[in-house]
Design a protein around this ligand. Structure first.
Ligand code: ATP
Ligand code: MG
Length: 417
């Protein structure tokens, strides 16, 4: 991708009403566009990041047997009533709308009930179980607070997976697998070292639900962390009884601000009972399906990465989710330099390396460096009169102070290793 052709441009300042660091950096970099508080659009650079996050999640969900679907956002009232979710008193974040005929519809806040209804269409016998279905889909929530940039939106993408099992035992087996899959996702996205498996409030069917909480001052939650055991307890369930039941030592728990990047939840038979999702057991008896739900917000994950992996100059993307692997900068408007930079660009492309090529004319080296720091692409490669004198190109990682000059051949080896 040639930066001269990229329709977005970097900005010196974010909108004055933007208070969150993630949104400020992402808007300045041209990754996202702010439509209004809590509503953001994704532009080419931001979409590349989101797609990479989605792919990591997709691979891990497929690895535990998840089957991908996409449900509609428009959902009829009848879907929500049996589980008492239509009532504004029970679910206070609804965006509701109407057909011309007056029939009420909701813009889905979540999809447990809708998924349960779909599963009902195909499920008969114990032989059909277990299975799990997931999607990347837009949720609408009229959140009261929307000051955390893309970490808390009123319209946002969620990966939600729902598991359908014969009984609690089969469910627990899947639940454990999902926990490991989630840990892999956050590890691969570059925030594993800051993310804790956290005990949180459960529901009817299990004492706890489990959240994956990433330590950041930008988070809205308070958790108590046991560093050695690498687990945490959410403030909402933090008390002496819980601490001792988890075998934790109160003295060792440290209070931290954190953001929930994902959660896994035992639903039990709450939805299957209400919507009559049953199957025939081996003995021919009718039994309710035992369910679980598993959520991650790719946008919230992206925002969290920006919050925890950035410096005063800009973002520092982990290679796995960076919009490009390499940011190639051509410095100066000398024809020879331009020719050499073009040559390096072609060589990188021929090796299938993802490159953003800052080929813009009339932009000073200082501006190009500042943009590279803001955009946060992992490897910065510079072609300049200096690098040409040394018969090579300069390579520097985003998080390194100084670069080094290497030959083109060395560069390609380094980047394809
Ligand atoms: P929170 O307590 O932060 O509001 P939640 O309990 O409502 O989260 P779920 O409904 O379980 O979260 O959603 C699953 C995942 O979707 C969350 O773990 C989070 O990653 C993401 N998510 C939830 N709400 C939002 C939002 N308003 N904007 C962006 N992502 C969100
Ligand atoms: Mg919420």
């Amino acid at each position: 991708m040639r930066q001269s052709k990229l329709f977005t441009k970097t900005k010196k300042e974010a909108p004055s009403d933007e208070v969150s660091k993630n949104a400020e950096l992402l808007i300045r970099g041209g990754f996202i566009h702010k439509e209004m508080a809590g509503v953001y659009s994704y532009l080419p650079l931001g979409l590349r990041v989101i797609k990479k996050i989605e792919n990591i999640i997709r691979e891990e969900m497929n690895a535990i047997g998840g089957q991908e679907v996409v449900l509609s956002s428009l959902q009829e009232k009848e879907t929500w009533e049996p589980t008492d979710q239509w009532d504004d008193e029970k679910v206070d974040v609804w965006f509701k709308t109407k057909l011309k005929s007056g029939t009420e519809l909701g813009l889905a806040v979540t999809h447990e009930a809708a998924m349960t209804k779909i599963a009902k269409n195909f499920l008969n016998s114990y032989r059909d179980l277990p299975f799990s279905i997931y999607q990347f889909q837009t949720k609408f929530r009229n959140e009261i607070r929307a000051k955390s940039g893309i970490m808390r939106c009123r319209e946002f993408e969620m990966k939600d997976l729902y598991s359908f099992c014969k009984d609690e035992e089969e469910h627990n087996e899947f639940y454990e697998k999902s926990k490991v899959a989630y840990q892999k996702i956050f590890q691969r996205a570059g925030i594993g070292h800051l993310t804790y498996f956290t005990f949180a409030s459960g529901g009817m069917f299990s004492k706890f639900s489990h959240e994956f909480q990433t330590i950041t001052g930008a988070g809205e939650d308070t958790i108590y962390v046991d560093e050695d055991k690498s687990i945490a307890v959410n403030k909402e369930v933090y008390n002496d009884e819980v601490i001792s039941s988890l075998g934790l030592d109160k003295e060792k728990l440290v209070e931290k601000r954190a953001v929930e990047v994902g959660n896994i939840f035992t639903l039990g038979t709450r939805f299957s009972d209400a919507l009559d999702l049953t199957y025939q057991t081996e003995k021919g008896e009718k039994k309710s399906v035992f369910m679980g739900s598993y959520g991650i917000g790719p946008g919230r994950l992206m925002g969290t990465v920006v919050e925890v992996l950035s410096d005063d100059k800009g973002i520092i993307w982990p290679e796995t989710i960076a919009p490009f692997k390499v940011h190639l900068l051509s410095l100066g408007d000398d024809e020879n330099i331009k020719k050499e930079a073009d040559h390096v660009y072609d060589a990188l492309i021929s090796k299938n390396i993802e490159v953003l090529f800052d080929d813009r004319s009339g932009v000073s080296p200082g501006e190009k460096f500042a943009d590279a720091d803001l955009l946060g692409i992992p490897y910065r490669i510079v072609v300049s009169s200096r690098s040409m004198k040394e018969n090579g190109v300069e390579i520097k990682k985003r998080n390194e102070e100084k670069g080094k000059v290497v030959s083109l051949e060395e560069l390609l080896t380094l980047l394809t290793a």
